[in-house]
Write a protein that binds this ligand. Structure first.
Ligand code: ZN
Length: 51
């Protein structure tokens, strides 16, 4: 079973004209900050659905 990191703490590592890359301080994964927003929104929806 894989435990998915929820990236609770992220740091900006690179910034572009229309993109911003962040690094998770927990798992070290680097991703687009817009992608991170999508993930956060999805999780909120899931939590609300369960509750
Ligand atoms: Zn992470």
């Amino acid at each position: 079973m894989i435990t998915q990191c929820k990236h609770p703490i992220v740091k900006i590592v690179s910034r572009d004209e229309d993109a911003e890359f962040v690094e998770c301080q927990n798992c070290g994964e680097i991703f687009d900050s817009t992608e991170f927003s999508d993930i956060a929104i999805e999780e909120q929806e899931e939590e609300e659905g369960k509750d």
